[in-house]
Design a protein around this ligand. Structure first.
Ligand code: GLA
Length: 529
């Protein structure tokens, strides 16, 4: 029930309504786009960021003592922007032009509260950034890009470089996308006759060798780092990767050392042929290879995030963190899931949402990558990448669900073919803030029926992010009661995608939700006067 207990709130709500009508007019007039079928005008939900600087990204960041440190301050606004940082630990230094912080994390465990500042000729902004030096890294879900669903077994160093360049030039990095990850197929392939893949898989000292498409791994990682971005690599605890390239079995420590020498910041460790090595299907067998790699990585002198990939076996969400994982895939590959009326990401999302209580700072449920924009076909890897068949509403639902689930946000489409809608879906600062929230809670399921799905995620500032998803093929009015959400009292309801307040509500909130779409709101408790 909506109410305006005083004149000011009533006027504000009226102004918000006028604002909304005006914004809708602008969107329809200027930012409307025609979908692939060429019929329907689509609203671009995310407003253009202001010309003045706005600092984005996580407000909390974990680093191990004395380890190399690299962080590019995500910031929108017209460049040049001048950056500064108050109370930056003495072991770190900021490049004021690029906003890249480098150096080593302090040796002493503790919390270092830094004030990041950015200014240009249009204005300025600041944001608190708490560096927590200790044992835990990955305090917020990782964000970045992974090549798999675009390049499969064709990936080259050049593709990865271009993706890193595009992460900067597209502005994605300004919203917090940071990791540039190489997936399978960078190593050599035992038994292959392909001149680019064949040859000894290791050198005389047992060091794993990249294939000819990745002739200079250190150079590639250095380049990624020079942009202020981080680099990820892939291996398997089995003798072979899923695509049958060299894996790390019996070379775990040497491979981890090599990855670290090359400068990698993340390892995706994919079960694959380890199935042949594991003695049985008991929990200790599922855990063994991850425990081993987890403790090796913890002993390195750089921070390497461990992205476990074993498709949820043995209820990995219950023990992934203890095994050293910073995230763990909870399901099989999203790209091969056949949707029915609802596209495949919904079923993956529904299942990932069940494990909300296991996610938290340092360890996240991973429902796989975001497949929108121009993207390859995992069921026919040789087919050229093409534009997603998901409707714009489905794409906004996808990104909303992943953010409410505090999922790692990895885009896996073609970075060099980012269109306006894809950027609009991936780059909404308030949506990303929900994913990256410092409290690190995964949204819980409030309602799941054949028609409606509701997720609610408590945030560090005491507000609550709520996603109302319409699973049907007709527009639908969805209502949620405060009782179901566990909140009481008057709440300012904010439309997160469109970034404006909708009004003050006392007991419930109802809204019209498009077909397969979402309305994502934030409930901000009104302070009692
Ligand atoms: C598995 C993983 C995918 C990808 C491929 C690579 O299928 O789940 O994410 O890494 O292997 O071969």
């Amino acid at each position: 029930m909506r109410m305006f207990p005083n004149r000011r709130e009533g006027m504000m709500a009226a102004r918000n309504r006028l604002g909304l009508i005006f914004a809708m007019f602008l969107m329809l007039a200027g930012a409307a786009c025609v979908n692939a079928i060429g019929q329907q005008a689509t609203e671009m939900r995310t407003p253009k960021p202001p010309d003045a600087p706005r600092i984005h990204g996580p407000k909390i960041y974990g680093a191990r003592p004395g380890h190399p440190f690299l962080y590019r301050i995500p910031c929108t606004g017209i460049r040049p922007i001048r950056f500064s940082a108050k109370h930056l630990p003495a072991t770190l230094k900021l490049d004021r032009q690029t906003g890249i912080i480098t150096g080593e994390a302090p040796e002493a465990h503790g919390e270092y509260v830094v004030k990041l500042e950015a200014a240009n000729s249009h204005g300025k902004d600041s944001r608190t950034f708490k560096i927590v030096v200790g044992d835990t890294i990955g305090l917020t879900p990782q964000m970045g890009w992974n090549d798999w669903y675009t390049f499969y077994n064709r990936v080259t160093a050049k593709d990865v470089r271009s993706a890193a360049d595009a992460m900067i030039s597209s502005g994605m990095a300004d919203f917090g996308y940071q990791y540039v990850d190489i997936d399978d197929c960078w190593a050599r392939k035992p038994g292959s006759q392909d001149p680019e893949l064949k040859g000894p898989v290791r050198d005389a000292d047992g060091n794993i060798l990249p294939n000819a498409r990745f002739a200079d791994m250190s150079g590639l990682v250095k380049y990624i780092h020079s942009l202020g971005l981080k680099a990820g690599i892939y291996s398997s605890p089995g003798p072979l990767t899923c695509a049958r390239y060299e894996g790390s079995y019996q070379h775990e420590a040497a491979d981890a050392r090599r990855f670290s020498q090359w400068g990698f910041d993340l390892l995706k460790y994919d079960w694959c042929s380890y199935g042949r090595i594991a003695k049985d299907k008991t929990l200790p067998s599922f855990q063994a290879p991850y425990r081993k790699m987890g403790s090796i990585l913890e002993g390195l002198n750089r921070d390497v995030v461990l992205n476990m990939c074993q498709y949820g076996m043995g209820d990995v969400w219950q023990w992934g963190r203890q095994a050293g994982g910073n995230s763990w895939r909870t399901t099989g590959d999203l790209g091969v899931v056949k949707g029915n009326v609802l596209p495949g990401f919904y079923s993956i999302g529904f299942s990932n949402a069940e494990h909300s209580k296991y996610a938290g700072p340092g360890g996240w449920n991973d429902p796989d990558y975001i497949l929108i924009g121009t993207v390859g076909n995992a069921r026919d890897m040789n087919a050229p990448a093409r534009h997603t068949q998901l409707t714009p509403e489905e794409q906004y639902s996808y990104m909303s669900m992943w953010s409410l689930m505090a999922a790692p946000l990895f885009y896996s489409g073609d970075m060099t073919a980012l269109d306006a809608l894809t950027r609009n879906v991936l780059c909404n600062a308030e949506v990303v803030d929900i994913d990256q929230d410092s409290l690190g809670k995964q949204g819980r399921i409030v309602r799941k029926t054949d028609e409606e799905f509701i997720l609610a995620k408590p945030l560090a500032d005491g507000s609550l992010a709520v996603g109302l998803f319409n699973l049907t093929t007709a527009p639908r009015s969805i209502t949620v009661n405060w009782r179901d959400l566990g909140v009481t009292g008057r709440q300012t309801v904010r439309d997160v995608w469109r970034q404006h307040d909708l009004g003050v509500y006392a007991t419930d909130y109802s809204t019209q939700v498009p077909v397969h779409g979402v309305e994502l709101v934030r409930l901000i408790p009104k302070k009692r006067l």
